[in-house]
Design a protein around this ligand. Sequence first.
Ligand code: SF4
Length: 174
Amino acid sequence: MLLKSYSKKIFRPECNPGFESVHCIAHLDQYISEVLPYLNAVLGGFDYLKDPPAVIFRSQGKLITVHGDKIAINALRDEAEADKILEWLKREVNDAWANRESIVPCYDGAPKPKVIEILKLLPRTNCRECGEPTCMVFAARMAEGLKGLKDCPPLGAENKLRLEEYMSQFKFEL
Ligand code: SF4
């Protein structure tokens, strides 16, 4: 087992202490940078940073960064959600390490959705119901995994299906 233990710190973002969501930093008691390209290969990280190595995941509006010595997660509902994600990552890290002989390490981020392809399927009325100033900004945030289909109320059923199909190629689920 590579990753045995960590100590976790939960905090509210300093820029807006009134925010509902919390952030988490877990300081790892073992150094895990060697497993990161294997973890990236298995889970398909959104981005892979080479120096120093880190794998970045984006899902459901969350940004999760796994470094050699720590894991940072933002936009969490509560501490229980942080625990769930950390334990899942610990299992994935240890599985990837145990199976590294049969995994081809990956040093690149996964293919990403194209903003223009998302934009083509949006209503393009810039109505702002999603809270973004334009459909283009919304499309860019969706490509980064920070917005989802449900966040655009005027999106029609047919384009919703087409967008769902397009985005499913890039889906990363926690
Ligand atoms: S709610 Fe949909 S249509 Fe309106 S601005 Fe946002 S993305 Fe565009």
